[in-house]
Design a protein around this ligand. Structure first.
Ligand SMILES: Cc1cc2nc3c(=O)[nH]c(=O)nc-3n(C[C@H](O)[C@H](O)[C@H](O)COP(=O)(O)OP(=O)(O)OC[C@H]3O[C@@H](n4cnc5c(N)ncnc54)[C@H](O)[C@@H]3O)c2cc1C
Length: 241
């Protein structure tokens, strides 16, 4: 997997602060303070003015499907209609490689068979747009992705979680490192949902490998402490209208 930064909005901290001042933030506060408040308190629309464009290559088609689930982004993909895929590169899950030689061999044979079928079809004059259906989900693909900072925060909260699939988690880590280099003041407050929100919405499905399991409380645990009382307050509030 390779992740490169193609473009980023420069001067983003001042830009976010300026837009926040238009909405009423005090001009006595510094740009850094405003951005900190916006990130902490989730007044995130001002963060939408700052964009990152990434070039993401050598990722699997399986990962690209997960990436495309992030709709608040602009995606451009390598085309299997217009590009030749003979001798394609592919993703090998690290977990599978660790499992043993037999498993790795079965996997590589499947890739070899797919490549042979694709190549044979192409040699028989079959068009790329038909031959491509024999290609596997592991096939390497290439994307250019643009996201604003608000959407990136949402992406990181979901995909840096230990429950995200390993390949997209790796992508999220690589993108996160780039974002930290560009806008440390914003992204240092962000990681998975548990870290960012202070409670983990994954509740009981949080696995033992989660590094924050003992540190960050479950959402259900916290909400359970006040839910009944809060509901009575809500009912009272509703009666006033
Ligand atoms: C651990 C994990 C497991 C997952 N498992 C599955 C699965 O089994 N099946 C599956 O299909 N997906 C699964 N997903 C994908 C997940 O459901 C989301 O589709 C994906 O993470 C994109 O998140 P998003 O919608 O917040 O992002 P975006 O599409 O970028 O949206 C960002 C935000 O914009 C708002 N928004 C966007 N579109 C709408 C809309 N139409 N209406 C209202 N608000 C909108 C929402 O607030 C949303 O959070 C999984 C994700 C994770 C992290």
């Amino acid at each position: 997997m390779e992740v490169k930064l193609l473009k980023v909005t420069k001067g983003g901290i001042n830009l976010v602060a300026e837009s926040a001042r238009v909405s009423g933030f005090s001009s006595m506060r510094s740009a850094k303070e405003i951005v900190e408040l916006i990130t902490d308190n989730d007044y995130s629309s001002a963060l939408e003015h700052v964009y990152f464009t990434f070039d993401v290559s050598e990722i699997s088609v399986a990962l690209s499907r997960e990436l495309l689930e992030h709709r608040i982004a602009s995606h451009t993909a390598r085309s299997t209609r217009y590009m030749e895929e003979k001798g394609f590169g592919y993703y090998v899950p690290k977990e599978l490689e660790r499992k043993g030689e037999e498993e790795a061999r079965i996997y590589r044979d499947a890739m070899k068979n797919a490549n042979e079928a694709y190549t044979k079809l192409r040699e028989l004059g079959i068009a790329r747009e038909q031959a491509r259906y024999v290609l596997p989900l592991a096939l390497h693909t290439h994307y250019v992705v643009t996201m604003n900072v608000r959407s990136l925060i949402n992406f990181f909260m979901l995909r840096l979680c230990i429950r995200a699939s390993p390949e997209i988690r790796e992508l999220a880590m690589r993108m996160y490192k780039i974002c930290m280099e560009e806008y440390h003041d914003i992204f240092s407050k962000i990681w998975c949902r548990g870290f960012t929100l202070g409670v983990c919405p994954e509740n009981e499905v949080r696995p033992d490998e989660c590094p924050f399991k003992k540190l960050v409380p479950k959402k259900r645990e916290i909400k359970g402490k006040f839910e009944e009382q809060a509901r009575r307050i809500i009912e009272k509030e509703l009666k006033t209208f």
